[in-house]
Design a protein around this ligand. Structure first.
Ligand code: HEC
Ligand code: HEC
Ligand code: HEC
Ligand code: HEC
Length: 476
């Protein structure tokens, strides 16, 4: 039979406590590695805002909980990001963090590394290692507001997962939860909390078969239902998720004997009106500095993290070449006109062996041999072919300046520029630039005065000169 660890057994300090009038619970879940506000039309979320709300003075005893799925995936970049997220959680002062579905695909050793980083607040009742031992603590017991609070968590067993080879094994939650409940009883826990990153059906089975949870926080993925559900035992259930765009806040009102008499619940929208926490902003800056240093390592991760649609707050990580996906968001006329079509085959036209031949890459890719340019055709896929920056030069500074202007970001808070290409970004594209590739040998018929007319796109794709709709029409 499985033996569950009991965490740090703390000696009971007195008779079962008298409940406080109120208890405040902040809760998050399904963050999926989102450290910054989303790259949405209205940027929401981000750990700095989360920390800002939680750190405001609370008149009530308070705990901070997370239902799990804090990691996005199990590639190097995802794990790197999750590590920084855990650092931020520790700084914010999380009480306990459940291991969710996205953590079940990670190697056990990785989860334990995060647990150390978290200060030992990761919990899971139903993840075990190859020896049958819990991957982390199964539960935590905390004295708060004069009572003993027991917190445990489980993750779903019903999903198909592309897990790492050393990923943990999953137990059906019922039995492990019953065992944790027994421990809670032995330890005189007054109030049992369950963090559940499970499906609705699985949660129902748990509620029916395991008695005693007075507060259940359900991690819900994308469509989070707000509000509170009354449980048959007088407890409460709330839900949270959606990549950290919201932060749950629940105030429970008690009678002395622990009966819940009421509550106030809100999923706080983390938009620009909420305060930020400086210590978390600093952690995120350190994250960006390391991300920039380790850029090449992460470029191999599909999808290339630098090409994912991501928060505007990450543009300052870029330096030198960015790839054309960063241009098209603003320059909506991207696909319009001959200027693009004449160069669109520059990569595809190369035979397989030529795609790694430096002699060919020089003219058939962007920024060949330059720092942040094309240096490995199977890694730097965003720079294959003759793209915008082949003619205009590395555009990272332009992208960050324009993004900052558009999003109202404070440029003094951004990382210093770090362009080591030595090549200017320009609007003017002189004949010299064409001749680097259109040599006598490769392009004997090249004639600047006539050929330039086939690539010139003045007035075509200035931001604002096309709406996306018009661009689509014009393309047809
Ligand atoms: C956040 C929006 C944004 C992004 C992203 C962006 N641009 Fe621009 N770009 C603009 C705006 C706005 C202007 C017009 C600036 C002006 O008129 O001063 C502009 C102007 C330009 C110009 C003309 C420069 C000049 O001196 O007037 C070039 C060339 C250009 N962009 C290329 C690019 C390339 C290449 C990329 C991708 C690597 C890119 N842009 C990404 C917003 C953007
Ligand atoms: C100095 C720059 C340069 C280098 C080096 C270069 N190319 Fe090109 N290549 C071009 C240009 C420019 C064109 C378009 C020529 C034109 O249409 O006038 C072109 C066209 C082509 C074409 C289509 C036209 C044709 O000639 O068949 C192929 C195929 C091609 N290159 C393959 C290669 C391969 C393979 C290598 C490496 C052995 C290579 N290129 C190296 C610049 C270069
Ligand atoms: C980084 C190298 C590079 C630069 C810089 C470059 N070209 Fe090209 N160009 C190519 C390659 C490679 C091709 C062949 C690609 C294809 O056919 O899709 C090509 C094809 C063309 C073609 C089509 C030729 C045909 O036979 O139809 C035109 C026109 C052209 N380039 C004009 C220009 C002009 C004008 C400039 C400067 C403003 C320029 N190119 C800059 C590499 C370059
Ligand atoms: C083959 C070279 C070449 C490529 C590739 C290229 N451009 Fe240009 N671009 C030019 C030239 C040439 C001009 C006109 C410069 C001039 O007239 O002085 C220009 C001008 C511009 C301007 C200014 C337009 C205006 O109305 O003032 C913008 C913006 C621009 N390019 C964006 C882009 C973007 C975005 C891409 C990629 C999708 C791109 N360019 C790809 C050569 C190129």
């Amino acid at each position: 039979m499985l033996v569950l660890s009991t965490g740090c057994p703390s000696p009971r300090s007195g008779p079962s406590g008298q409940f406080p009038d109120h208890l405040l619970v902040f809760y998050s879940g399904d963050t999926l590695g989102e450290l910054f506000p989303c790259g949405c039309r209205i940027p929401m979320g981000g750990l700095s805002r989360r920390g800002g709300v939680i750190s405001q003075d609370s008149p009530y005893p308070m705990m901070v909980l997370d239902t799990g799925s804090f990691a996005r995936g199990n590639m190097g970049y995802d794990r790197f990001t999750a590590g920084w997220l855990i650092k931020a959680y520790r700084e914010i002062g999380y009480t306990a963090v459940n291991l969710g579905v996205q953590e079940t695909i990670q190697p056990v050793s990785q989860i334990r590394e995060w647990d150390d980083l978290s200060g030992g607040i990761l919990i899971s009742a139903n993840l075990i290692d190859e020896n049958g031992l819990p991957v982390t603590r199964t539960h935590l017991i905390r004295d708060l507001g004069g009572i003993r609070i027991g917190i445990t968590g489980v993750t779903a067993t019903g999903y198909e997962r592309a897990a790492s080879s050393e990923a943990p094994e999953l137990l059906v939650p019922i039995e492990p939860l019953q065992e944790v409940m027994n421990i809670f009883e032995e330890e005189d826990v007054d109030f049992a909390v369950l963090l559940a990153d499970v499906s609705g059906e699985e949660l129902q089975a748990i509620v029916q078969q395991v008695e005693g949870f007075r507060l259940i926080i359900h991690g819900e993925g994308f469509n989070v239902r707000s509000g509170v559900v009354d449980l048959d035992n007088g407890g409460r259930l709330v839900r949270i998720g959606d990549q950290g765009k919201y932060l749950g806040r629940l105030r429970l009102d008690f009678m002395e004997d622990g009966t819940i008499t009421g509550e106030e619940v809100e999923n706080i929208t983390l938009d620009s009106t909420v305060p930020t926490l400086a210590s978390i902003t600093q952690i995120l800056t350190d994250f960006k500095i390391e991300l920039r240093q380790r850029r090449e390592e992460f470029l191999t991760d599909p999808p290339n993290p630098f090409q994912r649609s991501q928060s505007a707050m990450l543009v300052d990580v870029l330096s030198g070449y960015t790839g054309h996906s960063f241009c098209t968001g603003c320059h909506v006329g991207y696909n319009l006109g001959d200027y693009y079509r004449v160069h669109q085959n520059a990569w595809a036209m190369l035979g397989e062996s030529d795609k790694t031949n430096p002699e060919c890459l020089e003219c058939h890719t962007t920024g060949y041999g330059v720092p942040t340019g094309m240096n490995d055709p199977y890694r730097d896929t965003h720079l294959r072919g003759v793209t915008c920056e082949a003619c205009h030069g590395p555009a990272a500074e332009h992208v960050r300046t324009m993004t900052a202007e558009q999003e109202g970001l404070d440029q003094s808070e951004m990382l210093p520029l770090n362009d080591q290409t030595g090549i200017p970004f320009t609007m003017e594209v002189p004949e010299q630039t064409c001749l680097r590739c259109h040599t006598e040998e490769w392009s004997p018929d090249f004639d600047y005065d006539t050929w330039i007319e086939r690539v010139r796109h003045v007035g075509m794709n200035r931001p604002g000169s096309f709406t996306p709709d018009e661009a689509e029409e014009a393309e047809e």
